[in-house]
Design a protein around this ligand. Structure first.
Ligand SMILES: CC(C)(COP(=O)(O)OP(=O)(O)OC[C@H]1O[C@@H](n2cnc3c(N)ncnc32)[C@H](O)[C@@H]1OP(=O)(O)O)[C@@H](O)C(=O)NCCC(=O)NCCS
Length: 221
């Protein structure tokens, strides 16, 4: 897995997967511009071709920003986030994935040397225990100011490309069947994931498991 991956989020990239050879200086300039605009309460818009993200593995010092991001995205309350230190902390103490089978967390890199800038995207995925090359997309969040512009889809494609390179066979996503998660289910539909299982009362009474999967390699014949 490369140390740093550049992903330019454009219509072309979304259609084709990801990745361009845009110079880092251009990416950072675009990123700085976008942050300046986003910081002025830009109204929600359809995805634009100018949004640019530089993804890199989680590193020491990122955890407070990750906690802020997942709270802003509505995934957890601030009181719920300390568990993330246990889950993600080991990844920051051992830079990069632990070999090709290691859990991985990527964040967008503000690329701004002038000071800390909030993270706007995080994705965490890990191998599924006791399976043959199945991975679990455990967490994905995009800051509300940047949702709906293609970032989430680009993140998913990034994960798929990384895992394909590592020989993964299947990527699975578990979500909830409640109305609160209707938009999340629509997102995975749009990403091309198959709804393969629906388990009533999985998370708790009245809260069903909806399992999505996507093949990353052809079925063995
Ligand atoms: C889910 C999430 C990561 C999606 O990121 P995003 O950047 O907003 O998504 P994108 O802009 O890349 O959307 C990709 C596609 O999904 C579709 N989509 C996204 N949200 C949708 C919704 N609520 N209803 C229908 N389609 C939706 C988009 O329309 C887009 O399709 P298009 O290209 O045809 O327009 C983001 O909304 C988020 O962080 N949500 C809160 C946290 C969460 O629920 N995480 C997942 C559970 S772990």
């Amino acid at each position: 897995m490369p140390g740093t991956t550049l992903v330019t989020i454009t219509d072309h990239v979304i259609d084709s997967g990801f990745s361009t050879a845009t110079p880092v200086s251009d990416l950072r300039a675009a990123r700085g511009f976008w942050r300046a605009v986003a910081g002025t309460a830009l109204p929600h818009q359809p995805r634009g071709p100018t949004l640019t993200a530089v993804l890199r593995p989680l590193r020491d010092g990122d955890l407070p920003a990750v906690r802020d991001l997942v709270v802003a995205a509505g995934m957890f309350t601030a009181e719920e986030t300390p568990f993330l230190d246990d889950v993600l902390g080991p990844l920051t103490r051992t830079p990069g994935p632990k070999g090709v089978d290691g859990p991985t967390c990527l964040v967008d890199d503000p690329g701004d040397p002038s000071g800390p800038v909030p993270l706007t995207a995080v994705v965490y995925y890990r191998p599924e225990e006791a399976t043959d090359r199945v991975w679990d997309l455990t967490m994905i969040a995009v800051h509300p100011t940047e949702q709906g512009r293609g970032s989430g889809l680009a993140l998913v494609r990034q994960v798929e490309a990384d895992l394909s390179g590592r020989g993964a066979r299947l990527l699975a996503v578990r979500t909830s069947g409640t109305g609160q998660y209707a938009s999340t289910r629509a997102f995975y539909d749009r990403c091309g994931y198959d709804r393969v299982a629906h388990v009533p009362d999985w998370w708790t009474e009245g809260d069903d498991l909806v399992l999505f999967t996507r093949r990353l390699a052809p079925r063995d014949e």
